[in-house]
Write a protein that binds this ligand. Sequence first.
Ligand code: NDP
Ligand code: GDR
Length: 323
Amino acid sequence: MKRKALITGISGQDGSYLAEFLLKKGYQVHGIVRRVALENPIQRLWRLNKIIKKIHLHSGTMDNYASIFKIFNQVKPNEFYHLAAQSYVDYSFQDQFSTLNSNIASTHYCLSAIKESGLKTKFYFAGSSEMFGKVKQIPQNENTPFHPRSPYGISKVTGFDLTRNFRESYGIHASSGILFNHESEKRGFEFVTRKISRAVASIKLKKQKYLELGNLNAQRDWGYAPEYVKGMWMMLQEKNPDDYVVGTGETHSIKYFAEKAFDTLGLNFQKYIKINKKFYRPAEVDILVADSKKINSKLGWKAKTKIDKLIEIMVINDFKLLK
Ligand code: NDP
Ligand code: GDR
């Protein structure tokens, strides 16, 4: 019999790559989406275009235990990947209440559904490098203390704690990936990498004159998303649940990303960048860089795509799309 996977946030960047990956592995793939997404699949489910006929979508809300429990009990998955979240850090300052309520409660509901069902379902929680925030050491590994700097980061620390607590209290096979930034052709348009790649293409095609950004000095560890979803799956194939830091081990500034992106299409970034304070955050995460030795040595996972290649993939993709 086919193994069954249930994915929350299947319409997002990671959810869509994970669904593709699991289909290739022979899984029956189920996903939870908002009802409005099923009504407007062209706009809301564009990332799933290629596979939509091969997966099973269930309409439900993450803000309600009954809804999650009902779908979980219908599907009875072997593996449950909880990726849904208000994932935009900047927005989490503007709408603290819904970010905290939704991100924390949804994680609690997913874990409770497994516990109450009594099934042996394995659980993955999408933790984040934002949990390290004002970093206590460089690079960051599984033992680095957390100091989140945004409501989003706080919600992820709580989700991480809940996941660990359900593992320790009820013996649930529940693992957290502490994933560093990962990007792709399917990245949301508000995140800085996609904002830049899109703008570069648009400026080259003379559809846009300049690009407004915030803090160019922050440094991130950027990898390629399709590789990261494999890491999620690998964690759930282990005999014992655990937590893993996942990243490339290299860090670069936003300025570096922008410079290289403009370079890709032969443009000088100095001519097109304007700084707008409105894109600065009340509290910034200055530097993130992963120490992924644990997942590398235990599971054999390693990031392959380097930053310059990632930038090229994203810029060329947006150039083709806009053309
Ligand atoms: P996206 O923002 O691309 O996708 C988020 C998904 O969650 C979407 O499918 C979205 O649906 C869904 N969602 C959000 N809120 C709700 C809700 N209230 N009810 C139902 N669905 C909801 O994120 P990514 O794919 O990039 O990230 C996946 C997960 O990994 C997230 O939890 C994120 O916080 C975490 N993460 C991401 C990293 C990254 O660099 N990409 C790094 C570390 C962690 P809809 O489209 O309908 O809003
Ligand atoms: P991040 O990603 O906050 O790291 O969260 P984002 O791309 O939004 O910001 C990265 C850095 O760029 C700086 N920045 C800008 N950011 C945006 N969005 N827009 C701008 O104009 C801009 N100018 C400068 C930011 O200040 C920041 O320092 C992502 C999300 O995917 C989270 O869900 C995930 O958990 C973390 O990565 C790891």
